[in-house]
Design a protein around this ligand. Structure first.
Ligand SMILES: Cc1cc2nc3c(=O)[nH]c(=O)nc-3n(C[C@H](O)[C@H](O)[C@H](O)COP(=O)(O)OP(=O)(O)OC[C@H]3O[C@@H](n4cnc5c(N)ncnc54)[C@H](O)[C@@H]3O)c2cc1C
Length: 162
């Protein structure tokens, strides 16, 4: 299958999904190609906390509803010293900032759902499929760049989709 789009993104991890959504919000088409299945990418257990700036960005991108509902804001830590427990309030010490406990699985799930909601592909009479926004899972051969020397706007990718 041949795809035609403005930007080709390799990998539907948090970075690829975030980039794809930011491009979409700025009116730029993109296709994400991922060599694992959707279930694998969602189930892959990794990070558990989000930095303050990431939380702000997810909200600004309009994908923070679940994060708002289920994320646990974490304001500081306790340190025990000579039999006494001391609370170090990191939020106070950093002018209101905090990390949020929210699994990377959930972030990835939210971003995939947001992307599916805006996915738009059209098949032309030729074999080239024009995609404004899409994700292709589990390509059975590695993504390769077939052209792109004239800059990112003319990047074309080939991928096998199972
Ligand atoms: C055990 C662990 C704990 C962590 N804890 C934290 C934490 O608490 N807080 C935090 O902020 N970070 C944490 N991290 C780091 C965080 O998980 C990574 O920074 C994050 O996953 C990076 O996202 P990414 O999208 O750049 O890469 P990835 O998540 O690795 O995504 C890359 C994607 O590209 C796909 N891919 C690769 N090659 C190809 C190819 N040729 N064609 C198609 N697809 C391809 C992969 O399958 C993958 O889905 C942790 C990581 C680990 C492993």
């Amino acid at each position: 299958m041949r795809l035609n789009t403005q930007v080709g993104i390799v990998g539907a991890g948090p970075a690829g999904l975030m980039l794809g959504h930011l491009l979409h919000l700025n009116g730029i088409d993109s296709v994400i190609v991922e060599n694992r299945s959707r279930e694998y990418v969602i189930d892959r257990v990794r990070a558990g906390v989000l930095e303050h700036g990431t939380v702000d960005l997810l909200h600004a991108m309009g994908v923070g509803a679940n994060l708002q509902r289920h994320g646990l804001r974490h304001d500081g830590v306790y340190i025990s010293f000579q039999g006494q427990r001391h609370h170090i309030n990191l939020t106070e010490l950093t002018g209101g900032k905090a990390i949020t406990v929210y699994g990377q699985n959930e972030v990835v799930k939210d971003l995939i759902e947001a992307r599916i909601a805006i996915t738009k592909c059209a098949r032309s009479k030729s074999s080239v499929q024009r995609c404004q926004v899409s994700i292709f899972w589990k390509a059975s051969e590695p993504v390769r760049k077939t052209s792109g020397t004239s800059g990112p706007r003319s990047l074309r990718i080939s991928a096998s989709v199972s």
